[in-house]
Design a protein around this ligand. Structure first.
Ligand code: ATP
Ligand code: MG
Ligand code: MG
Ligand code: MG
Length: 474
């Protein structure tokens, strides 16, 4: 089943059950507490918090999500991407747990035709009601596991609605690891759908860590928030091992294969396998971020984008690709996904211009920074030291835009460590200074912003909303 059909079936199922179809919001959220959209519920937050009356009692969407926190998992697990589409159904004080569970089960087993025997369920440890409801749709007790606060309880981190979650996982079999259910093995038992049951009201955090807040009572209007990862269900329905091999990313992976002059070796855990997946996957997040108005910079969202692009370039280099790659791989993302996401197509010129320029700049940076780094490594070693100064790592980051991972890798290869604490302290100090003076941009960064402004003037649309968001952020 093609991913376009997966989306279509999802929408048909929920709109025919009274849900209003709502378009994805931008990756750049209309919410100062959030760097990038990371879940379908983000745009509905004011309804859940009761700040704005919901215009409809039920909604369904395919939301563009970015999760930088998963960046190091890309290619190392089969299931994590930094950008993905989240399919969701939402109830704002309308239907609750019984319907949410029934809908999810029916859609997965009758419409996507997943084998019910392969589905496992996790619930929050105290949620006997959820267990009972899953039993009623036909899940045997031995395929339901109870998990604790860390995994299966949701709250927004502030006083307000909260509640238990329940996840649907798919057993991909022994090729993905030992048995034991989702609790034991998140790779074999692939989590595909998370159902959040907003049923309680929580108070202020006592400050002792996650989950350390009082439950004040039950909400009068209980709500539902769910998220089904498109990449993951596509991997299952298409019988492939990794998100990069689904039809969402396969043409991009093929482009990387062509540039590298060899085939993707599959998910064999090798550095080579990881690099193929990083280049492929980061090309997609790069394209989507720029289409939503993010531009590379050394702060905030711009830094997220820069880091993704530079990581993709580095991994392309380690695949032995010695010429510019970004424009081409990102181009294949636009070709493949531009029909479903027209903003990619509308912004093609801008996206291409931004990635090409970043790759050029990074080439110069890499050469200059590498010289400085090598000199510092030699100095450290000849003086008998084993640790590279935090000041060096900071200068490389600040002046040359050198990602810290690069410095760490180079130091490690030379048998040195890096004073990361000092580096972090210098970074923090600089952030504070920047905040205080109200301008975080170095002269060099300003020049770069000017260059992008020129690109924008050439290619940008008049309603290019992301630009203000990006500058406000730096
Ligand atoms: P995991 O435990 O695998 O990291 P999660 O519990 O963090 O997933 P949720 O926050 O529950 O994920 O998000 C809802 C759904 O979105 C998940 O069930 C999954 O299908 C999908 N999803 C989450 N993170 C990613 C990711 N990094 N890449 C692709 N899909 C994802
Ligand atoms: Mg996660
Ligand atoms: Mg999980
Ligand atoms: Mg989850």
């Amino acid at each position: 089943m093609r991913s376009a059909d997966i989306r279509k079936i999802f929408f048909e199922y929920f709109t025919s059950r009274g849900h209003t179809r709502v378009p994805s919001s931008s990756l750049v959220p209309d919410d100062p507490t959030l760097l990038l959209a990371n879940a379908g519920m983000n745009q509905f937050k004011p309804y859940f918090l009761g700040e704005v009356p919901p215009p409809y009692p039920r909604a369904t969407s395919v939301q563009k999500c970015a999760r930088t926190s998963d960046i190091d998992n890309v290619g190392r697990t089969t299931r994590h991407a930094t950008f993905f589409e989240m399919l969701g159904n939402f109830s704002f004080g309308d239907y609750f747990k019984a319907d949410a569970i029934r809908y999810a089960w029916e859609l997965l087993t009758e419409h996507y035709r997943l084998d019910p025997e392969k589905l496992w369920i996790t619930v929050y440890q105290d949620d006997d009601e959820a267990i009972e409801l899953w039993r009623q749709v036909g899940v045997p007790a031995e395929r339901i596991q109870r998990l604790g606060m860390d995994d299966n309880f949701w709250s927004m981190g502030v006083p307000g609605p909260c509640g238990p979650c329940s996840e649907v996982c798919y057993d991909r079999g022994p090729a993905f690891g030992p048995a034991g259910g989702p609790e034991a093995n998140g790779e074999r038992y692939l989590e595909i759908w998370n159902l959040v049951f907003m049923q309680n009201l929580r108070g202020e955090s006592a400050g002792g860590g996650k989950g350390d807040f009082p439950i004040l009572g039950e909400l009068p209007n209980k709500s539902i928030d769910t998220g089904l990862g498109l990449d993951r269900i596509a991997a299952i329905l298409q019988g492939v091992d990794t998100v990069c091999e689904t039809d969402l990313l396969a043409p991009t992976l093929a482009t990387v294969e062509r540039l590298a002059g060899r085939r993707f070796p599959g998910r064999n855990g090798s550095d080579e396998s990881v690099s193929f997946q990083v280049v492929t996957e980061h090309a997609r997040s790069t394209a989507f971020l720029i289409a939503d108005g993010v531009l590379p910079s050394n702060e905030g969202r711009g830094y997220v984008l820069r880091r993704l692009m530079r990581r993709a370039i580095r991994h392309a280099r380690s695949l032995g690709i010695d010429r510019p790659v970004l424009a081409e791989v990102v181009g294949s993302v636009i070709d493949n996904l531009g029909t479903d996401w027209p903003d990619l197509r509308n912004q093609r010129e801008l996206i291409t211009a931004v990635v090409s320029r970043e790759e050029e700049t990074f080439g110069v940076t890499l050469r200059q920074g590498t010289r400085l780094l090598e000199a510092a490594i030699t100095r450290t070693r000849t003086s008998g030291g084993t640790r590279l100064a935090g000041e060096t790592a900071f200068e490389l980051h600040d002046t040359y835009g050198f990602p810290i991972e690069l410095t760490l890798e180079a130091a490690q290869a030379a048998g040195l460590t890096v004073d990361e604490d000092r580096y972090a302290a210098l970074l923090e100090e600089q952030r504070r200074r920047a905040k205080k003076s109200g301008k975080a941009q170095t002269a060099a960064a300003m020049r770069r912003q000017d260059a992008y402004r020129a690109i924008l003037a050439q290619h940008g649309r008049t309603d290019f909303v992301g630009y203000t968001a990006t500058t406000a952020d730096t």
